[in-house]
Design a protein. Sequence first.
Length: 155
Amino acid sequence: MKGKRTDMGDAQCGIARSLQAVGDWWSLLIVREAFKGRRRFSEFQKSLGLAKNILSVRLRKLVEEGIFTVEPDPDSALSHLYVLTPKGYELSVVLVALWQWGEEHCFAPGELDYAVVDSLNAQPLQKLQLAARDGRTLGPRQFRIEARDRSFQDR
């Protein structure tokens, strides 16, 4: 028996609220497909092999969250296009971070047939890194999550 998903919409955590908006792994794969140029329901369905009812629910949620907008399809009066919004495009950093992590930890050397590349010169992207405001590169043990001092926001 599946339990009801907990609502994280009021959580005081950027990760929890992000997951509330994005929802689940299918949603991120839908966004990935949009970065590949897919915009029609049928294109998402064919590329992902996702059941139409599940895809419909996920797309509706992504539209409600402002990640996609729905626009008329100039090629068909009976369908529409799902277009990434600026908020949706900003998920590119999340997708690249997940890709790079997966590339490093989920594949044997030489197993992965695809790469994320710069569209200008087709070269692989530099590995994403965390940086302090002063430009220092931060490792995984060089940051923490703590209560925000409200005066800190103005810095």
